[in-house]
Design a binder for this molecule. Structure first.
Ligand SMILES: [Zn+2]
Length: 343
């Protein structure tokens, strides 16, 4: 290698350094130029190939660039150590309040993600509802005793087209009616949201809580489809060892109707002293069933052509199980000292 070739290579390296020095972390710059196989390191090694009388001159220029790069890559380290010398690093740090999602929101996101995997889409409905959507179309005739199952808030002075008081919706099922009236089957929909009932507040009840509704309408939908969907959902949420079972139950908008129980996520039925399942091994988690033909008819669907399943569940119940919370009120009092411990 001649002196000219060596100096030309040195010039190229200097130019390369100027071009990239602010685009990479300094540790990378150090490796690229000064590392064991760095550009400059390799060039400096080649000094031995240059005739002796020129070595001193090129060596000086090479070392100048080496020093410049070294200073550049160590600059910040020196600044940091200067700052560190001035502050007392043993002082407690300032408390930073990071925001975090509420446990109910976290639960809801998990539930929505889980049903999205099964092809369900999301619909929302109004909180102030008409009697038709909340009761009548769902097969609760006027004065039917089934209405007593849902203590309702009626809004004074606001009426629907039939002259009945508007109400705060008592469940998310009216969204099922609204969606079925709006679209043609097949439909696979979930609808979460707040619902209201005139109930006293205690460890497991509140006048406002969150529900999620889900339904699937297509031809020949049956209980097996329902069981498959719910089993997938429960295993996705609580793990593969979770089991479900169906117990006969009554809801006006389904026939047959079932109460869906999930194996206790805390004891799997192996602890007779379990506080969560009270030793039974099962927890009531959802109401479900095959959509009643009257409901299909009320939405203009021919019950001989279409069938469907529907289910509903309280979101807080899932939150309590997922986060190990034993009092519903914890979720509404929003005491950050407690909520921070669970999320
Ligand atoms: Zn248990």
């Amino acid at each position: 290698m001649t002196k000219e070739e060596w100096l030309s290579k040195l010039f190229q390296i200097e130019h390369y350094f100027d071009t990239i020095k602010n685009s990479y972390p300094k540790s990378d710059i150090r490796d690229i130029f000064l590392g064991k196989k760095g550009e400059l390191t390799l060039l400096l090694k080649k000094i031995s190939e240059i005739p002796v009388e020129h070595r001193k001159e090129v060596g000086l220029k090479g070392n100048e660039l080496k020093k410049m790069i070294e200073e550049f890559v160590t600059e910040d380290y020196e600044n940091v150590s200067e700052v560190l010398n001035e502050i007392d690093i043993t002082l407690p740090s300032k408390k930073i309040n990071f925001s975090f999602r509420h446990p109910i929101t976290i639960t809801l996101s998990k539930i929505i993600e889980s049903f999205k995997k099964l092809g369900f889409s999301l619909e929302w409905g109004p909180l102030v509802e008409e009697d038709f959507y909340n009761f009548k179309a769902l097969n609760f005739p006027d004065h039917h005793p089934a209405r007593d199952m849902q203590d309702t808030f009626y809004i004074d002075g606001l009426f629907d087209s039939e002259g009945k008081n508007l109400i705060l919706r008592t469940h998310t099922s009216p969204v099922q009616i609204r969606t079925m009236l709006k679209y043609k089957p097949p439909l696979r929909v979930i609808s979460p949201g707040r619902v209201f009932r005139s109930e006293a507040v205690d460890a497991t009840h509140s006048f406002v809580f969150n529900q999620i509704e889900g339904f699937y309408v297509d031809s020949k939908v049956n209980m097996c489809d329902l069981k498959w969907a719910l089993e997938n959902f429960i295993k996705d949420l609580f793990g593969n060892s979770a089991k479900i079972k169906f117990m006969p139950s009554y809801f006006p908008f389904v026939e047959p109707g079932a109460q869906v129980e999930v194996s206790c996520v805390f004891c799997s039925g192996r602890n007779i002293n379990c506080k969560v399942c009270k030793g039974v091994g099962w927890l009531e988690m959802l109401g479900a069933g095959i959509i009643h033909p009257n409901v299909l008819k009320n939405c203009g669907y021919d019950p001989y052509q279409w069938s469907g399943f529907a289910f509903g569940a309280g979101i807080e119940r899932f939150t309590m199980l997922l986060f190990g919370i034993d009092d519903l009120r914890t979720l509404y009092e929003n005491d950050l000292r407690i909520l921070r411990q669970v999320v």
